[in-house]
Design a protein around this ligand. Structure first.
Ligand code: ADP
Ligand code: MG
Length: 328
């Protein structure tokens, strides 16, 4: 039983009072108000989602960033969050750094800590975020249309690359490692882009488990397929905030490794979204307005299935595994 089968079998129930329940990046509550609440929880577990050696300030940042990323995927504005913490001990220096990292990001998004729970136990951080979106305007996984363009934001693959260096599976020089490591440890939630894409994009998801796996959730819930091009994995971008596609660090790796990391790496916290071709100018305007680079990498098809094409346009037939906590 994989992670998503488990959720479906034991925890998915028909919604009663919610507008949208289990299965999207956020749940939606509040049918009648001019604004709806978008709500999402994400947990970080030591040894599973982060290494025990990570800078606590970066951990505080990431714990909130991965949650804000789900609000971004729905086009919601962050409002508030709760923090449930299990801590092995009350370490003042650790708590000072952790809370600094957490609140720096929270304040940058005007997102307020309004409650939580604290207990002793193995280090575990669970945040629930609450955001607002005009009723009916939330970006969903379920509304991709055949013929839509398919886009990503930012750079893909570097977070997973850093993880593989940490695990000793790959080597990078110190400068490149630092650049990749920042992508793993301090991801930028694309809140401004998500907001700017309201009324422009048809469907969106944040990329937490690898592009193809997360795109698969859009395809499944929308009842469509997609074609994904990979020519953008031939031309490195710069390594800066305005870059999109593949970083120069990833570009040093052999082609199959680039494909694995960029298409099925995980921990990117970029957005993957679809929009009608007549919205191309509006998508570029949303990217400019939000200072977030985007790249068109394919399109949505009426036939189901996900086809990945090599730069010559030939189908790549190998399998890409998305991250699944319970995959065997
Ligand atoms: P995301 O990556 O966007 O946080 P996940 O892949 O973690 O979403 O989860 C998929 C969907 O299942 C989401 O809608 C999430 O809210 C829901 N979900 C995950 N775990 C549970 C659970 N234990 N009970 C109810 N819903 C859950
Ligand atoms: Mg998500």
């Amino acid at each position: 039983m994989g992670e998503f089968d488990l959720i479906d079998r034991f925890f998915r129930r028909p919604v009663r009072r919610a507008v949208l329940g289990v299965g999207d990046d956020c749940a939606l509550l509040g049918n009648t108000a001019p604004m709806q609440w978008a709500i999402s929880s994400d947990m970080l577990v030591e040894g599973r989602h982060f290494l025990s050696t990570v800078d606590p300030a970066k951990l505080g940042h990431k714990a909130l960033a991965v949650n804000l990323s789900d609000l971004a995927a729905c086009g919601a504005d962050p409002t508030a969050f709760t923090l449930a913490l299990a801590l092995p001990r009350a370490d003042e220096a650790w708590l000072t750094r952790f809370s600094q990292g957490l609140f720096n990001l929270a304040d940058a998004h005007g997102c307020e800590l309004v409650g939580g729970d604290t207990t002793q136990g193995p280090l575990n951080i669970c945040i629930t975020v609450f955001g607002q979106v005009p009723a009916g305007d939330a970006l969903l996984r379920s509304n991709a249309q055949a013929g839509d363009d398919l886009y990503i934001s930012g750079l893909l693959g570097d977070a997973r690359l850093a993880l593989e260096v940490f695990r000793g599976q790959l080597a990078l020089d110190a400068h490149d490692f630092e650049a990749a490591r920042a992508r793993l440890e301090t991801p930028t939630p694309r809140v401004a882009l998500g907001r700017a894409l309201r009324g422009v994009a048809n469907a969106a998801i944040d990329i937490s488990d690898g592009l193809l796996g997360d795109l698969g959730h859009i395809l499944q819930r929308s009842g469509v397929g997609a074609v994904v091009h990979t020519d953008w994995l031939q031309h490195p971008a710069q390594f800066d905030a305005q870059s999109v596609g593949m970083s120069p660090v990833l570009a040093q790796l052999p082609w199959p490794k680039r494909l694995d990391l960029a298409l099925a790496g995980g921990d990117d916290y970029e957005l993957c979204f679809t929009a009608a071709p007549d919205q191309r100018d509006a998508v570029l305007a949303a990217a400019r307005e939000s200072h977030t680079p985007v790249l068109r990498i394919g399109h949505i098809t009426a036939e189901s299935g996900l086809q990945v094409l090599d730069p010559q346009g030939e189908p790549i037939r190998r399998r890409f595994a998305a991250f699944d906590h319970f995959a065997s």
